[in-house]
Write a new protein. Sequence first.
Length: 137
Amino acid sequence: MAEAQHLRADPADPNKARFGERVTDRVAAFAGSWGFVGASIGAMVLSVLANTVGGMHYDPYPFIALNLAISVGTFVLGSVIMMSQNRQAEQDRARSQADYDINVKAETEILALHEKLDHMQAQLSRRAAKHKHSRTR
């Protein structure tokens, strides 16, 4: 599987993230905020006002350059968000595997404790039977 080539030893550890992974996580976090929504709307309003009311007519109505910029920004942002989600899925898989490994080990330990308890109960039963037998003589 080609995906397995880029997996690190502990993908769930954010301190071991590569530079590009940290950048995509931060960009995705900002893109999912109200600050980003407000900045985007503000930039669009400023661009439209600069082209209609202001003296700058670099992109007259129907604002083709603005539409192109929004489309390219959407494409890039969508790709960055998908990269961040893929990394998050990788972290979730690593955490799930670690949880599974811990649960298997805990189950093994519990089974060992049950065996010890069964062994101790059998010993106590034998001793009790022996003690009862010796008292009846």
